[in-house]
Design a protein around this ligand. Structure first.
Ligand SMILES: [Fe+2]
Ligand SMILES: [Fe+2]
Length: 267
C-alpha cells in the first residue's frame, strides 16, 4: 500500500512549523492538520514517487547495458555525470566532449560507462561532492587523447602491430597535453595520465607502482578494464561482467583487489 510524505514544510496560519519536509503521514496527523485547516493533499508525495529515481537517457542506457536492475545505485552517479556534461557545455573543453561523441562510434559510450562505473565506486567509498566531480570528469575524459590517434589504428579489427601500439599508448600523454591549457584539478588530469598504469609497474606511460598511482586512477583503471571486457569492439565480442571480474581477480598484482570486491558488491 502507498504511503504519503510531506513534500515541503507545513506551517499553520501563524507561521508555526507543524510538520517538516519528508515526514510520513498517518491518519492521526491528517486529522490534526484538517482541524487546524492546514491539510493540503497536493502538498504530499506518494511513496511510489518518492522511490522513483529520475535518470537521464544516458544513465538509463548505461543501466540497461550493464544489466543494473536497481536504479537507486545509478541515482548519485547520474546526478554527478549530468552536472559534468551540462556544465562542460560552457567550458573551453566542450570541443573535446563533442569530438569524443563524433570520432569513432564506441568511444563516447565507453567514456560514459567508465565515468558511471567510477562514480558508482566513488559514491560507495564516500567521496565528497567536489571529489565526485573530479573523478567523474577525469573518468569521462580519460581517453580524450585517443582523438589524436589515427582512426585506422583505433578501429583496426585485429591485434595492433608494435608500431601501432606505440601510437595507441601515446593517448595518455596526448590527452594530458590536450587538456593542459584548461587548468583542470590534478585529481582529474592524473586520471587521464595514469589510467593505464598498473600496481605492479607493468603499465604505461611511466610504469608507476602501487601508491605512486593516484587513488582516482586506481579506480578508473578498473572501470576502464571492466568496460573494455564487457563491451564489443571491432575486433572482439563482449563478455559477461562475471568474466570481467574474474579476469581482473586473476591479475591481482595489477589491480586493487579491494576495489574489485567493492565493484562486485555494487553490481
Ligand atoms: Fe585509455
Ligand atoms: Fe578507456
Amino acid at each position: 500500500m502507498s504511503e504519503y510524505f510531506t513534500k515541503n514544510d507545513i506551517y499553520d496560519k501563524n507561521g508555526t512549523l507543524l510538520l517538516s519536509k519528508g515526514q510520513k503521514m498517518t491518519d492521526a496527523i491528517i486529522a490534526k492538520l484538517k482541524s487546524l485547516g492546514s491539510y493540503k493533499p497536493e502538498e504530499l508525495i506518494n511513496s511510489d514517487d518518492k522511490q522513483r529515481v529520475v535518470l537521464t537517457p544516458i544513465s538509463k542506457a548505461f543501466g540497461a547495458r550493464m544489466n543494473i536492475r536497481n536504479d537507486r545505485i545509478l541515482e548519485q552517479p547520474n546526478k554527478v555525470l549530468s552536472t559534468i556534461i551540462f556544465e562542460s557545455k560552457t567550458k573551453p573543453w566542450w570541443i573535446y566532449v563533442n569530438a569524443l561523441a563524433n570520432y569513432v562510434d564506441w568511444l563516447y559510450t565507453h567514456s560514459i560507462d567508465v565515468a558511471m562505473i567510477s562514480l558508482m565506486m566513488a559514491v560507495e567509498l564516500g567521496y565528497r561532492d567536489d571529489e565526485l566531480l573530479n573523478i567523474g570528469l577525469g573518468a569521462f575524459l580519460h581517453d580524450v587523447g585517443k582523438l589524436l590517434v589515427p582512426k585506422p589504428i583505433i578501429q583496426k579489427p585485429g591485434p595492433l602491430t608494435e608500431i601501432e601500439m606505440v601510437y595507441m599508448r601515446q593517448h595518455c600523454e596526448l590527452g594530458m597535453s590536450s587538456l593542459e591549457p584548461f587548468n583542470l584539478p590534478k585529481e582529474c588530469t592524473d586520471i587521464i595520465l595514469q589510467h593505464h598504469e598498473r600496481l605492479d609497474g607493468s603499465g604505461y606511460p611511466k610504469a608507476l607502482k602501487g601508491d605512486e598511482i593516484c587513488r582516482n586512477a586506481r579506480i578508473v583503471m578498473i572501470a576502464d578494464a571492466v568496460d573494455a571486457i564487457t563491451s564489443g569492439r571491432p575486433y572482439k565480442q563482449p563478455q559477461e561482467m562475471e568474466v570481467a571480474v574474474k579476469i581482473l581477480r586473476n591479475d591481482e598484482e595489477k589491480y586493487h583487489q579491494e576495489l574489485i570486491t567493492l565493484l562486485e558488491k555494487i553490481l
